[in-house]
Design a protein around this ligand. Structure first.
Ligand code: SAH
Length: 453
């Protein structure tokens, strides 16, 4: 029987869609992160469950030929990149298989082959948003980086290959400001201290940058010095915001924001439209891949100008607005009030006057729209990772649109939901995975479903 701290030889024979290698020992599957199929390792067992175990690499005895040298020194500890030790081509194959496996095993789709995954031209430097937790280690040294996998241990110094260099440089400015003025930083366990996160956003098309400091308090000491340094370091810093989060919570952003420099939002261009983005609104992280994703969703929606289009989970309205000029009318639904405000502004900014935005829970809004006899031709849904509540799916089916376009950031919940849609008469016509988050475990999928004639 395997037990904790055993050291055993293992050969990695498979890799999960989330990037964990699997070796077999004692009739058990042993999961080891940061390994590649074909690696021969000595593994240290960390945890043993009934039929599987978790381990880490103690020694890499014989590296697999498909391994590449990770080009980030934090990658073995950081929770972000799970595929940095593999080539990008290898990563895309794994993601493609994950979508296929989810759709067939969970979704029950038979003989169904999704299109090839749409990969990124450059798998680095794509993130238009970063959130760096701030803390101190046991010796009181400043930490600002990323959480380690499955932990709240802060790893690294805020540099990251997935984000533009400008973020790396601005993070350094903030680090130096903290050190020089001895700014109090947050201690999660004690719920004490001021600065919790450094959060930055960039409009990749406009170049505009927002720097947001998340604090357990409503004022920043030496605020002027920080503003001067950030704005003289980078002329594209158009907005500096203090976000107030006094809660004892893992949620990064609090509800209240105070602009301390420039505008309360930045603007970006996406799919030929301009968008205002506030700190609290959702905005897709990878600009170029989003244009491909929305282009695909628009192709699946196949609008001719006569349709009523509903965009559920619409965020700042981006997907729906990118299609609005080809529809008769657009109704967008989103739960975050600031995002709905942005969506309304964004419609005006782009002279779109056939859009209506509703701030509500998707399930309640869908039920109300169905009760009112709303009869959309196309419904686009883009829920968070947990997928759609049953009640949303049922309400959509009651409205009986001809087409549903499901944009998903989690293949497993997508597959579960597709099965429910299938039982209500919606069958899958086409599926394309899109890699929005190279090097990480995430993969996006766009699905087109049509109702029974
Ligand atoms: N379609 C948008 C946003 C997708 S992210 C885009 O492409 O940018 C998912 C969105 O769902 C987020 O904006 C989140 O705030 C919203 N959301 C989460 N739970 C919701 C719910 N129960 N009802 C409505 N919107 C919800």
């Amino acid at each position: 029987m395997l037990k904790k701290n055993d050291i055993i030889p293992l050969e990695i024979s498979e890799i999960t869609g989330q990037g964990s290698g699997i070796g077999r020992a004692d009739g058990m599957a042993v999961f080891i992160p940061h390994t590649a199929v074909g690696d021969k390792i000595e593994a240290r067992i960390l945890k043993v469950k009934k039929s599987y175990a978790f381990a880490k690499t103690e020694t890499l005895l014989e590296p697999s030929p498909i391994r590449t040298e990770p080009d980030c020194k934090w990658s073995a500890k950081c929770g972000g990149c799970v595929f940095r030790h593999l080539s990008y081509e290898e990563e895309l194959k794994i993601k493609q298989r994950r979508v296929f496996d989810a759709l067939t095993r969970i979704g029950g789709l038979e003989d169904f082959i999704p299109h090839d995954i749409i990969g990124c031209d450059d798998p680095d430097g794509y993130r238009n948003k970063t959130q760096l937790p701030v803390g101190r280690d046991k010796n009181g040294d400043l930490l600002m980086g990323f959480y380690g996998s499955h932990s709240h241990r802060i790893v690294g110094n805020g540099d990251c290959r997935l984000q533009p260099d400008e973020f790396n440089i601005l993070a350094k400015v903030v680090r130096e400001w903290i050190e020089e003025f001895n700014i109090s930083v947050y201690n999660e366990e004690l719920h004490k201290g001021l600065l919790r996160h450094l959060y930055m956003r960039k409009g990749f098309s406009s170049g505009e940058i927002m720097v947001c400091l998340v604090a357990n308090g409503d004022t920043l000491p030496h605020e002027k010095e920080l503003i001067n340094r950030l704005t003289s370091c980078n002329k594209n810093v158009k907005s500096i915001v203090l976000n107030i989060n006094r809660e004892k919570t893992n949620v990064i952003l609090g509800k209240e924001c105070r602009t301390i420099y420039g505008s309360d939002h930045i603007t970006d261009k996406l799919c030929g439209l301009r968008f205002n983005i506030s700190p609290l609104s959702f905005y897709q992280i990878n600009h170029d891949q989003t244009e491909k994703l929305y282009g695909l969703a628009a192709r699946y929606a196949g609008l001719s100008g006569k349709e009523l289009l509903i965009d559920l989970y619409c965020g700042a309205g981006t997907i729906g607005l990118s299609m609005a000029k080809k529809a008769k009318k657009l109704i967008g639904v989103e739960i975050i009030p600031q995002a709905i405000e942005n969506a309304k502004e964004n419609a005006m900014l782009n002279d779109i006057d056939n859009a209506e935005f509703v701030c509500a829970d998707a399930s309640q809004a869908a039920k109300q729209l169905a009760e009112r006899g709303t009869s959309p031709d196309v419904v686009v849904i883009d829920p968070p990772r947990k997928g759609c509540d049953n009640s949303v799916i049922e309400a959509i089916a009651v409205m009986s649109p001809k087409k549903i376009v499901y944009v998903s950031c989690d293949p497993e919940t997508l597959a579960r939901d597709l099965k429910i849609f299938d039982s209500l008469g919606y069958s899958v016509e086409d599926v394309t995975p899109v890699d929005m988050f190279p090097r990480t475990a995430h993969v996006e999928t766009v699905v087109w479903m049509s109702g029974e004639e």
